[in-house]
Design a binder for this molecule. Structure first.
Ligand code: PLP
Length: 397
C-alpha cells in the first residue's frame, strides 16, 4: 500500500492479512501523534449473522454504553439492531443518527428526572424500573411510558462483573412493587428484564433468570393486571464459543418456561458486537532500559482505553510493529508498558516479552472495542476521549 491509497474518510477494503500494511499506512498519514482505532465493519456484519443464526427470535437492543462510536451505531442500525440507552446523552446520540425513538429502550432502572422528561419529549416510551420511587417519578414525568420490571438474576456469580447488588428487585419485592405500579399508580408494566452480569461464564445463569422471569409473568392474573408480553434477557454475551452454548440454553429455557405465542424477546448485548471489531494502535513515546528489562511509555493508558484492564484483562492480542517493516527487531526483552499519565498505577502490561522497540514504533492491541474509549478521561490533560476511528472492511480470505 502507498500513501495515495489513504483517505481518512473512506472505508478501507482489505484482506484480513492486509491489516498490518494498512496500519502502517494510516500511521504514516495520521496527523497528530495520537493513538487511533480501526473499526472493522465486516466483523460487525459477521457478528450480526452469528446473532441472527443463534437467536432467530431475540431482537438485539445494542447497549450503547459499551461503545458509542457513530459508525458502529449506524452499521448496527442498518443491520436491523435496536438500541439500549442509559442516559439522555445516549438517547440523543442515537436519535442524531436518524434512528427512531421507537427503536430505543431506556434501560436504566434509576433515571434522573431531567432524563425521564427528555425521554418523554422525544418519544422514548419503554424503560426499566426496580423501585417505588422510580414508579413515582415515571408517573409524574412520563406516564405514557411502558415499563419492564428489572429483577435481580438469582445467581450472577457466574459472570465476571455481576450487576445484581446494584440493580433488580428481590423475589419478595416483586408482588408489592407490581401492585403499586399497576393497581395503585396505574402505569403499564409490559414485561420483565434481567442482566446476569457482564462476561457470563456459566450458561445456567440464563436458565435460572428466565425461570425467575416466569414467576413474575405468573403473578399478573393473581394481581388482576394485564398479561405481560416482553421478556428482556439483558446482556453478558461475548463472541466466543460460549455464545452458541448460551444461545442453546436460552432458547431451550424460553421454550420450557414461556409457551405463550405472542411473547416478544429482546436482549441488550453490549460487548458482543464491538469487542472484537476494534483494534487500537498506539505509539511508543518513551523508553528506558534497566539492565535486561525495558520500559516503554505509550500514548494510551488506564485513564483512556485501557481502563477495563483495571478489573479484567480485555485485550487478548498485542502486536508490536515497527514503523518500517524492515526495522522489526528480533531481540526479545522483558518489557513493561506504561500509559502517559503521571500516575504509577497507569501500567498497561507488566513484565511481558516483546521485541525491542524504538521511539514512534507502534503497538497494536486487538479486541479493544468494549468499554474502552467510552470510559476514557482527560486526566493529566491527555484527551483520551477524542481518539479517532478509521473504518475498515476485511474479507476473510
Ligand atoms: N444492559 C444493561 C442494563 C447493562 O447495565 C449492561 C452493562 O452493564 C448491558 C446491557 C450490556 O452488557 P454486556 O456488555 O455485558 O453485554
Amino acid at each position: 500500500m502507498v500513501s495515495s491509497d489513504f483517505d481518512k474518510n473512506r472505508v478501507h477494503k482489505i484482506a484480513k492479512d492486509g491489516m498490518t500494511d494498512l496500519i502502517r499506512l494510516i500511521a504514516e498519514n495520521h496527523e497528530a501523534s495520537q493513538p487511533f482505532y480501526l473499526l472493522d465493519l465486516a466483523t460487525i456484519e459477521r457478528l450480526m449473522n452469528k446473532w441472527n443464526n443463534s437467536f432467530p427470535n431475540v431482537k438485539p437492543f445494542y447497549a450503547v454504553k459499551c461503545n458509542s462510536e457513530p459508525a458502529l451505531l449506524t452499521k448496527l442500525a442498518n443491520l436491523g439492531a435496536n438500541f439500549d440507552c442509559a442516559s439522555l446523552l445516549e438517547i440523543d446520540t442515537v436519535l442524531s443518527l436518524g434512528i427512531s425513538s421507537n427503536q430505543i429502550i431506556f434501560a436504566n432502572p434509576c433515571k434522573a428526572i431531567s432524563h425521564i422528561k427528555h425521554a418523554a419529549s422525544v418519544g422514548v416510551n419503554l424503560t426499566t424500573f426496580d423501585s417505588k420511587l422510580e414508579v413515582d417519578k415515571i408517573k409524574k414525568w412520563h406516564p405514557q411510558c411502558h415499563l419492564l420490571l428489572r429483577i435481580k438474576a438469582p445467581r450472577d456469580s457466574g459472570s465476571l462483573r455481576p450487576l445484581g447488588k446494584k440493580f433488580g428487585v428481590l423475589p419478595e419485592e416483586i408482588e408489592p412493587l407490581l401492585h403499586y405500579a399497576c393497581n395503585v399508580v396505574g402505569l403499564k408494566v409490559v414485561g420483565v428484564s434481567f442482566h446476569v452480569g457482564s462476561i457470563a461464564q456459566d450458561t445456567r445463569i440464563y436458565r435460572e433468570a428466565i425461570a425467575s422471569a416466569r414467576t413474575v409473568f405468573d403473578v399478573t392474573d393473581y394481581l388482576g393486571i394485564p398479561k405481560m408480553q416482553i421478556l428482556n434477557i439483558g446482556g453478558g454475551f461475548r463472541s466466543t464459543q460460549l455464545f452458541e452454548e448460551i444461545a442453546t440454553v436460552v432458547n431451550e429455557a424460553v421454550q420450557d418456561y414461556f409457551p405463550e405465542p405472542n411473547l416478544t424477546i429482546i436482549a441488550e448485548p453490549g460487548r458482543f458486537f464491538p469487542e472484537t471489531s476494534f483494534t487500537l494502535v498506539t505509539h511508543v513515546i518513551g523508553k528506558r532500559v534497566r539492565g535486561e528489562k525495558v520500559e516503554y511509555w505509550i500514548d494510551e493508558g488506564i485513564y483512556g482505553s485501557f481502563r477495563p484492564t483495571l478489573y479484567n484483562s480485555c485485550f487478548v492480542g498485542m502486536k508490536p510493529l515497527s514503523v518500517k517493516a524492515s526495522e522489526e527487531s528480533c531481540q526479545i526483552c522483558e518489557s513493561t508498558i506504561y500509559g502517559p499519565s503521571c500516575d504509577s498505577l497507569d501500567a498497561v502490561a507488566v513484565d511481558i516479552n516483546l521485541p525491542e522497540l524504538q521511539l514512534d514504533d507502534l503497538i497494536v492491541f486487538y479486541n479493544m472495542g468494549a468499554y474502552s474509549k467510552c470510559a476514557g478521561t482527560k486526566f493529566n490533560g491527555f484527551d483520551m476521549l477524542s481518539t479517532p476511528t478509521y473504518l475498515v472492511s476485511t474479507n476473510s480470505s
